[in-house]
Design a protein around this ligand. Structure first.
Ligand SMILES: Cc1ncc(COP(=O)(O)O)c(C=O)c1O
Length: 459
């Protein structure tokens, strides 16, 4: 593993000019990019390097996805070898890498699933919605079950349907109106409980809210419930242990499918291969992406339990097959890379390592609670959040400008951290989601950087 290339200011300048003249970037304001850019040129382990030679500890694993770390040459070899053999053919036919990857995922999920391949987390959730609807049409012929129940403040993707399923007003506003097929309930964001209650005396009001909503909508109109086990976008909300089993019980009570979004949570991130496995539940639909290939190539999947799969079986003219196709679904090179990525995770025990390093990191992060501006520290495995407040007692959130300064100061010190939810339009949670190979020394550096930066927040 090595960081590529020696810095050349002229080349960097040319890239920036070419980029500004031609690229439309996601989410960032171009006026800001004109002033300050990052041009990523090399990477290794948990470190990325700008074309100007500056190195950063990437405590966000890219966009919560480079689970096995940067610079794994063997994945490039696997991709090249597969492309030489067979670069592409539509997945209406079979290919060896995709069938092997499906078998691997099936084993990791408990051995009773089938896997539908797509290219991104959004598509994996979107296919989940469609599979749930088609399943409901086939299994409840006299009913019209089409609704998905989801949680406020959730993030499930960037397409219109996944945005609609998500519950982030400020991300959705510009694209309204939506279909209205997604009904929202209160999330288990305990530090900012929507009911103003405290666990466990809350009596799990959020779960009661879910059941009341299904009853209010009419269970015969509901196809599924979608949950991300540990909500990432809202600022790493780890639910009480009884939350997911209670959600599963409600799904079973009303005959609706349980759809779990493991796009960030999956593939070792939380200290188990999949986050729902911490809670002993058996979801009917699981969306996976990101860590499936550690983002070396784009690939994602919608995994369905066999009882759902069986609903799609029938004679050729029964029209029960999955009525959708993605050009790149089951891409042989992406599948071969994902397979090798998962083998590396298993060989290097990266889920266990995430649990161990995560516990070490959380110890360090808890030390930050000494600061007047740190309201809460939470996480599971290597998915952690530090919620910043103006006032610990009232839990008033830090203002946007100061929050920006914190993230920028960490970056200036060579550490990339993220920014997530917090429960309002300002993301006031420092998100931490490093590659699972992050070392204890790198965790120390991360905590020291946050310590210094938070201590410098003006009163
Ligand atoms: C929980 C969750 N679900 C779905 C998605 C969408 O994935 P993608 O960006 O690959 O479409 C994301 C993206 O960050 C996510 O965090």
């Amino acid at each position: 593993m090595s960081l590529a290339n020696t810095p050349d200011p002229a080349i960097r300048r040319a890239i920036v000019e070419q980029d500004l003249a031609n690229v439309l970037h996601p989410i960032v304001q171009h006026r800001a990019l004109e002033k300050k850019q990052m041009v990523v040129a090399g990477s290794s382990g948990s470190t990325v390097r700008d074309a100007d030679g500056t190195e950063y500890l990437d405590a966000m694993a890219g966009l919560w996805c480079v689970n096995i770390g940067y610079g794994r040459h063997e994945l490039a070899q696997v991709a090249a070898e597969q492309m030489e053999r067979l670069a592409y053919f539509p997945h209406t036919a079979m290919n060896e890498p995709a069938s092997r990857l499906a078998a691997t995922i099936n084993t990791l999920m408990g051995g009773d699933t089938h896997v539908y391949f797509v290219n991104s987390g959004s598509e994996a959730n979107e296919a989940g919605f469609k599979i749930a609807r088609q399943w409901a049409k086939q299994e409840y012929p006299g009913q019209f079950r089409f609704k998905t129940i989801s949680r406020y403040y959730a993030y499930h993707g960037t397409t219109l349907a996944t945005l609609d399923a998500g519950g982030m007003g400020e991300r959705k506003g510009k694209f309204e109106p939506y279909s209205g097929d997604f009904v929202h309930v209160a999330p288990p964001t305990c530090y900012r409980c929507p009911f103003g209650l405290t666990h466990p005396s809350c009596g799990m009001a959020c779960v009661k809210n879910l059941e009341a909503t299904i009853l209010g909508e009419g269970p015969e109109s509901v196809a599924e419930v979608i949950v991300e086990p540990i909500m990432s976008g809202v600022g790493i909300a780890v639910p009480p242990d009884e939350y997911l089993p209670a959600v599963e019980a409600i799904c079973r009570r009303y005959g609706v499918l349980m759809h779990v979004d493991e796009v960030i949570n999956g593939f070792g991130r939380t200290g188990r291969m999949f986050a729902h496995q911490h809670y002993g539940v058996k979801p009917d639909i699981v969306a996976v992406a990101k860590g499936i290939s550690s983002a070396y190539l784009p690939i994602a999947a919608t995994v369905v339990r066999n009882h759902v799969f069986e609903s799609f079986l029938g004679e050729p003219d029964s029209n029960r097959q999955v009525v959708q196709v993605n050009t790149y679904g089951g891409h042989p090179a992406a599948a071969a890379v994902a397979q090798r990525n998962i083998e590396i995770m298993l060989q290097e025990r990266l889920a266990e390592r995430a649990a161990e390093t995560g516990a070490y990191l959380m110890d360090g992060l808890r030390g930050l609670l000494k600061h007047r501006n740190v309201g809460d520290v939470r996480g599971k495995g290597l998915l952690c959040g530090v919620e910043l407040v103006k006032d610990k007692t009232t839990r008033e959130q830090l203002d946007n400008a100061t929050m920006n300064n914190v993230i920028d100061a960490c970056k200036a010190a060579g550490v990339i951290v993220g920014r997530a939810g917090g429960g309002s339009r300002w993301g006031t949670v420092v998100a931490i989601c490093p590659p699972l190979v992050v070392t204890r020394a790198e965790c120390d550096r991360l905590v020291e950087t946050l310590d210094r930066t938070i201590a410098a927040i003006p009163v």
